[in-house]
Design a protein around this ligand. Structure first.
Ligand SMILES: *Cc1c(COP(=O)(O)O)cnc(C)c1O
Length: 345
């Protein structure tokens, strides 16, 4: 399928002259900065952060083996998702296709941007149906959203199935890998160079334990990254977040230890839940949460709530009837959950 990025781009974005910030012209450190109307006191937070996030991108580039020109950084993955809509979808005209069920922000951003959102159900075993997805595409379809491991179904999608979708579509395919660090897969990063219409989303919010700093990454061709960079707010990643992210990425072993512990806990929790008579089944998980089917999900939900344990009700979501989504907590939290849920009924 031939892919023409410029023909996908909204004409107003193609012609846009981006804001040129004072710091665009100067990237050194040894200078007296009287160009941005900053306060000379309160170092270092008096200074605007680097709009190009050079230091953080260079760390990420090393860690993920992706060139800096292929990295976009956003205020959470949510920013990248919204910018993809704003760059490529014409309000009231374009549409996007997404797997169903999946992460709610794809649909919220579609509505904010007045873009029609078409859902295509996963198969009952939560696997991808490439033919059904491509069948839902029409000439106004600009984006396809995939999520692997998928939220809330917790499974990896098969790489070959995702590649069929990517190769069979002339728009952009966004593969959200927020949970990939909890899975046995290395994801689609190795395929980035050979798939010009692929955008991979990663985040520091899950395995890296940094949901509070809001740092999302989009990996794509240099051309796609240049477009997102052109339309972002100049200083979209603040100085505190940059600093924390750089720090975390230099302590990768810490993240690895957390992931190992979360994976052990995931199997313990799943094992314990499967023993309960009111658990219909727990689904195998490639993420840091479990999707669990109960005979009476709302009663379990309320029961846990009363005990101060908050889980996510997914029982009204397509293919997930009867299901609650349970995040893997600390060993102590998981023990409390098991202790309490055993008392149900
Ligand atoms: C949690 C999650 C994210 C993370 O979003 P951020 O804005 O980076 O915090 C992205 N995608 C999915 C599917 C998620 O569940």
């Amino acid at each position: 399928m031939n892919f023409n990025l410029l023909s996908l781009l909204r004409p107003n974005i193609l012609n846009l002259r981006p804001y040129s910030s004072a710091r665009d012209e100067f990237s050194g450190t040894e200078a007296i900065l009287l160009d941005a109307n900053e306060n000379p006191f309160n170092h270092p937070l008096n200074r605007y952060p680097d709009p190009h996030q050079r230091e953080l991108k260079s760390k990420i580039s090393e860690l993920y083996a992706v060139k800096p020109e292929s990295i976009f950084l956003g205020n959470g993955s949510d920013e990248a998702i919204d910018l993809l809509y704003r760059a490529f979808c014409i309000p009231g005209k374009s549409n996007v296709v997404s797997i169903d069920p999946s992460y709610g922000m794809y649909e919220v951003c579609a509505h904010i941007n007045d873009v029609a959102y078409q859902r295509v159900a996963l198969k009952p075993d939560f696997s991808l149906d490439p033919e059904a997805l491509l069948k839902a595409v029409n000439p106004e379809t600009r984006l396809i959203f995939l999520c692997s491991p998928n939220n809330p179904t917790s499974n990896l999608l098969k790489k070959e199935d995702m590649l069929s979708v990517i190769r069979g579509f002339r728009g952009l395919v966004i593969v959200d890998e927020a949970y990939i660090d909890f899975s046995a897969s290395s994801g689609l990063l190795p395929d980035l160079d050979s798939q010009p219409n692929l955008v991979i989303l990663r985040t520091l919010s899950k395995a890296w334990g940094l949901a509070g700093i809001r740092l999302g990454m989009a990996f794509a061709s240099a051309d796609i990254v240049a477009i997102l960079t052109k339309i972002k707010y100049p200083y979209n990643i603040n100085r505190l977040s940059l600093e924390q992210a750089i720090q975390a990425l230099s302590e990768e072993d810490k993240t690895q230890k957390w992931v190992t512990e979360i994976l052990q806990e995931r199997e313990i929790l799943r094992n314990e839940l499967d023993k309960l008579p009111f658990v219909v089944k727990s689904y195998p998980s490639d993420a840091n949460f479990l999707l669990v089917k109960f005979t009476d999900p709302l009663a379990v939900y309320s029961f846990l709530r009363e005990k101060g344990l908050i889980v996510r009700d997914r029982s009204r979501v397509n293919l997930c009837s009867g299901c609650l989504r349970i995040t893997i907590g600390s060993p102590h939290e998981n023990k409390l959950l098991i202790e309490q849920i055993r008392k149900f009924r």
